[in-house]
Design a protein around this ligand. Sequence first.
Ligand SMILES: [Zn+2]
Length: 198
Amino acid sequence: MGAMNLALFRRILLPLFLGSTAFGGFPAGAPDDPGCTAEDKVYMARAYELAQFATTHGGGPFGALLVKDGKVLAEFSNCVHSTGDITKHAETGLISAFSPKIDRATFAKSTLYTSTEPCAMCCGAICFSGIGRVVYGVSEAPFIQVMGLPADPDPLTSHEILRRIAPGMKVLGPLMEAEGLKVHEGYWPVHPEDVGKS
Ligand SMILES: [Zn+2]
């Protein structure tokens, strides 16, 4: 397949194929977690902006921010490709960059907003940071679906991981999932080589 044909395949034919056959249709997005507030929606919208930014700045479509008392303390966009560092997920990257500068008491009173449900690695970093509250946008199941991977018959969710390793932490989500899925929709069909790598 020539370069032009490959580009056409990735941008037009592959998305059509993934949208109609392999995915069984694009997920619509689940209702918001009723525990989330109007303020949570404002910050989740920012997390989605950071996720979108990552897609053109060396990362997969993931973003996170840390907020305390209406003030944004830290932001981070996934940058695993530009850095070559697989720990540069939005959440672990944020904690790694800012935990030397933010004391544990502040982390404990903060909310971490993340565009997609945290993976197991990020749950570990979130646990050790002592962050008091986590709000995620897109749940694991539709995220797997939009990447074109088969459904996990035995999913290990962030709710379950964090309940076990950080019992006092509040974990909420999904929030504005349909909006978050649009960021993924624009990324994975044209970056199939990144599936499972960011
Ligand atoms: Zn992660």
